[in-house]
Design a protein around this ligand. Sequence first.
Ligand code: BES
Ligand code: MN
Ligand code: ZN
Length: 500
Amino acid sequence: MTQELSIKTASLSAKSAGILVIYVPEGAEPSGAGLDLWKKTGLDFAKLSKAGNFTGKQGQVLSVLAPPNLDADRLFVLGTGKADSAPAQTQSGLRDRGGSLMAKLLAAKAEKASVILDGVDAEDVADIAAGLRLRHYRFDKYKTKKQPDDENGTPDSLTVTLHVDAKPAADKAIADRMATVEGTLLARELVNEPPNVLGPVEFAEIARDLSKLGVDVDVLTPEELEKLGMGSLLAVAKGSVRPARLVVMQWHGGRKKDAPLAFVGKGVVFDTGGISIKPAGTMEDMKGDMGGAAAVTGLMKTIATRKAKANIVGVIGLVENMPDGNAYRPGDILTSMSGQTIEVVNTDAEGRLVLADALWYTQDRFKPKFMINLATLTGAVLVGLGQEYAGLFSNNDDLAKNLYDAGMASNEKVWRMPMGPAYDKMIESRFADMKNSGGRYGGSITAAQFLQRFVNDVPWAHLDIAGAAFSTPANEVNVSWGAGFGVGLLDKLVRDKYED
Ligand code: BES
Ligand code: MN
Ligand code: ZN
């Protein structure tokens, strides 16, 4: 059962309800509005915190049931860590604070909570709100039975009221931050959906829905892609009964003459490997092989929701990679939209074939300021970087630096990997202009070299999110399988560097 969540703001003097939450830094006692409330209980803070092993570290809670003289079911005193420490100060630390609170509210089966945030500025309140919402998200729509967690009756709805110094400023900041959160949640949802439910056509329809927010959405069919000469993308789709789609999303929020920023996503709705079929173990994870397309779609939602002052293009290539009598084979030679030919040596190296045409199309049609693609492209990037960082490959140092900075700020981190002619040599083919795999060694790098052949000197970056997009360890702000990785990162990049 999915619980409704509503996050509201109120003044500090407004009446509170349900669980009352106050914050205390490490080694400190309640102060400000928190102290006024605490005083009403008549309890001895030093004694209680000692008894409850509460020192104020981030994530710690001191819970007082039915606090004397307070009109509340419980009083939660939550730790914020050392006042000058990173978790207490940074955007992601504040989001974690919200996430950690949500975990406690869910565990307490709360229906209402009132959080005292005096002295917290509007931007920081917004980050806490974002954490609350991100942690609340779960993907349980296909569960028909109550879970053990629900046994004591999870309430149908949860209302969290944030009591703040200045309500209008907080409301404005929260609305802005929630635009980013909603994009992330859309990306998570798309990644979580099973592959029988979400095929290329269904995915394209969800993207088309963004037109309600003012995004211009074009959905191209195989006939149109054929006319454009997309022999590389279309080859991947040949083994599937489900037709390919290319979705082009445009947001016009900047000056008319400004070249757009372009984002391109790999959208393999399911990757069996094709004729070069994958082993059975964890093949079900390949429902998430559209994580790049999910991030681009989520980003477009964010951009349109917050009415970003920039021109943005999102292009996603949607296909299913299946083995079948019509499937493409190892040995096939494909002609891409760019005119370059590709020898297929492994049908499981399909993502780059999809992106080859999507990237070429994007730079050719839009002449963008830069092009950033996201793709769950290689298992090798998991070997190299694990799930903490996405692999970053770029032909442009400034763009790479800006992405690194945006990653650190958003906590969707990227790490730059090398490229160069020696790696490019590894994808030379005996029969065609290139082959689609350079083998095991440097597998993420040779994949990037392949993509670079389709960007035509446009400033470009490739994010290999095979490790970051799904099945990442649960953290303070995500307990869902799909991570929604990329939305927060790219939204941050656009905000900080490309809007005025
Ligand atoms: N979708 C996979 C990569 C992947 C693996 C994503 C694990 C997420 C988790 C991609 O299409 C693929 O199969 N890549 C091959 C390339 C190889 C055949 C050159 C790989 O990484 O093994
Ligand atoms: Mn594959
Ligand atoms: Zn794939």
